[in-house]
Design a binder for this molecule. Structure first.
Ligand SMILES: CC1=C(/C=C/C(C)=C/C=C/C(C)=C/C=O)C(C)(C)CCC1
Length: 354
């Protein structure tokens, strides 16, 4: 089967446009920056309870189903033997991360941040590849820098600009295992903050300058503008709202654009198609059945995590406890998403681009 990228068809039909979710994701972030920027200027603080609710709704109700869809899309036409190996590796990675978190919660927290940044960063560069192109990213280190800048915006920028909330929820997250584990870090906050602002700022400038020197052009302009948009978004919007809405309205929306842009299904063939059927209704029913199985499997994993952590809600109230528990849990679930779904599955992978 030949590989084609559907963006060419869109371009010839609709000028230089790409999938509509790309424009919507940019507009969503811009509106949130302006809205929360205005609230900050008016010295209005959004109640923390409201921020936690937005986070939980965004991360659980809106973002989680898309994570499941990415696996479904990836495994749909694979051979059964591949699927079983994939599931086994997935479970092993989850078990490894849980073990790490139980033994060394601060290191576990660090890995959780890395997972969130890797998902946003690597996934973001793959969307760029598929939709607008990435001709200005010429070498692997340059691509790594592009991913680090996009991903760093998600956690490093809020760490520097919303430091108190970030530290409070980080304390709760390690508190799933050991409430005092982050105690000693309090005195180094200012130094870490300064290092992030200087380091991240330098990386952002270097990324934009390098892209210009290596060819510039439309892909560079889009990449530079989006990188600045992301950095501004995470600097201005309060961290719980920013992260909670970034995953559904930026990450997931844009992966939808990537999936829709990539026309080819090269892995396996219809013989293995999990949703193949004699009619559209049968295919729809099979897809629904798979989603139900996926939802149940996720529930079992989350229940096991709840059971595994000594203080699943960090000894805190319902909302802050749920934010901490969910943030650790989703990072554990997302580790294999990045490692097995992308880094070890280069041929097809979860962020497939031909
Ligand atoms: C540390 C920290 C946070 C961490 C969130 C994480 C680590 C989210 C991970 C999300 C993932 C992996 C999503 C995948 O789809 C919060 C709650 C924003 C609050 C501020 C402090």
């Amino acid at each position: 089967m030949s590989l084609t990228v559907r963006k060419r068809v869109w371009r010839s039909v609709g000028g230089a446009s790409v999938h509509p979710s790309i424009g919507l994701s940019r507009a969503a972030l811009a509106v949130l920056i302006v809205g929360f920027g205005a609230l900050a200027l008016a010295e209005f603080t959004v109640p923390i309870e409201a921020q936690m609710i937005v986070y939980l709704v965004g991360m659980i109700a809106l973002n989680l189903p898309h994570g499941g869809y990415e696996h479904f899309e990836n495994l749909r036409r694979r051979r059964p033997s591949f699927r079983w190996r994939y599931v086994a590796a997935y479970v092993a990675a989850i078990a490894g991360f849980v073990g790490l978190f139980l033994l060394a919660p601060v290191v576990g927290l660090g890995l959780a941040l890395v997972v969130a940044m890797a998902k946003g960063g690597i996934g973001g560069v793959r969307v760029l590849d598929a939709t607008v192109g990435s001709e200005h990213l010429r070498t692997r280190p340059q691509r790594a820098l592009a991913a680090a800048v996009r991903g760093g915006a998600v956690m490093l920028v809020p760490m520097a600009f919303h430091t108190d909330t970030f530290y409070a929820f980080s304390t709760l997250m390690v508190g799933l295992v050991d409430g005092g584990a982050l105690g000693g870090a309090g005195g180094r906050i200012d130094a870490v903050r300064t290092a992030i602002i200087v380091g991240y700022g330098a990386a952002l400038v270097a990324h934009i300058a390098l892209g210009y020197v290596r060819g510039g052009g439309r892909s560079w302009l889009v990449d530079a503008a989006e990188s600045v948009l992301l950095a501004a978004y995470f600097a201005v919007v309060p961290v719980l709202v920013a992260v909670g809405l970034y995953f559904p309205f930026w990450y997931s929306a844009r992966q939808v654009a990537r999936t829709a842009t990539v026309d080819a299904e090269p892995a396996g063939d219809d013989e293995w198609d999990l949703v193949g059927g004699d009619s559209v209704s049968e295919a729809a029913l099979r897809a629904w059945g798979l989603m139900a199985v996926g939802a149940l499997a996720t529930f079992v994993v989350v229940a096991a995590l709840y059971w595994a952590f000594p203080n699943p809600f960090a000894g805190s109230g319902l909302l802050p406890g749920a934010v901490a528990f969910w943030s650790v849990s989703i990072s554990i679930i997302a580790l294999p998403h990045v490692v097995i779904g992308d880094l070890l599955d280069r041929d097809r992978g979860i962020w497939y681009v031909p």
